[in-house]
Design a protein around this ligand. Structure first.
Ligand SMILES: Cc1cc2nc3c(=O)[nH]c(=O)nc-3n(C[C@H](O)[C@H](O)[C@H](O)COP(=O)(O)O)c2cc1C
Length: 199
């Protein structure tokens, strides 16, 4: 039996994700990085790397700007996909689901817990908008850092968490001779069912 399969004994995909994430965290440098895929209003797919903050049976949470392209795309189509590739552990996890904003209190608390520099970087950012130069970005950053040197950085209401509530998980394991393995979980009538798919 492949080492990975022992983690697949559970019939709950969240438990499997947790055990794989824990293993990947021991081996991979950046296990929280994932590809986040959305579609725009013309059904044109878009994808970018983000960092996972938390996960539980409620879903997978990450933080971003509500001014960004991804947020605009989610406003017209809240269905999205996350893809984790843990190279050293030799697996891929694909998750599809519906995305919604997390409670503002959660975003505020997380914002407060971050380093002042990161808070300022979020405050001055108009993510996905054009900026005339790198110098301009650095100028805005340093001005704001100075302004809030001795006081709290105000929470920018355009920055916060998003939560993807999964509807589907696909666990993929690299095998010898490209004889890979793949398990697909789907939630139907509130229950998770699992099928082994050709990889
Ligand atoms: C390793 C890595 C981690 C990133 N993490 C985040 C993140 O957690 N949140 C975020 O908004 N952007 C993050 N980014 C930047 C995004 O990839 C992207 O440039 C940004 O979110 C704007 O995307 P959009 O214009 O499609 O909305 C990260 C980029 C890299 C390379």
């Amino acid at each position: 039996m492949s080492d990975h399969l022992k983690y697949l004994k559970s019939s709950n995909p969240f438990d499997i994700f947790k055990s794989w994430f824990d293993e990947a965290s021991k081996l991979d440098k950046n296990p929280r990085a994932f590809t986040f895929s959305t579609v725009d209003e013309n059904n044109f797919p878009d994808a970018r790397t983000l960092l996972l903050k938390d996960f539980s049976i409620e879903g997978f949470t990450f933080f971003t700007s509500y001014l960004s392209n991804k947020f605009e795309q989610l406003s017209t189509n809240s269905l999205a996909a996350m893809t984790f590739y843990w190279h050293e552990f030799g697996v891929q996890v694909r998750i599809r689901g519906n995305v919604s904003k997390v409670d503002e209190e959660i975003s505020k608390n997380y914002f407060k817990s971050r380093a002042k520099e990161s808070q300022v970087a979020s405050l001055i950012s108009r993510q996905s908008e054009e900026i005339e130069s790198r110098e301009k970005l650095e100028q805005l950053f340093h001005e704001s850092l100075k302004k809030y040197e001795k006081e709290d950085v105000p929470y920018p209401s355009f920055w916060g968490g998003l939560n993807l509530e999964p509807h589907e998980f696909t666990f993929f394991i690299y095998g010898d001779h490209r004889l890979n393995d793949r398990f697909h979980f789907i939630k139907e009538k509130g229950e998770w069912t699992c099928k082994r798919l050709q990889p």
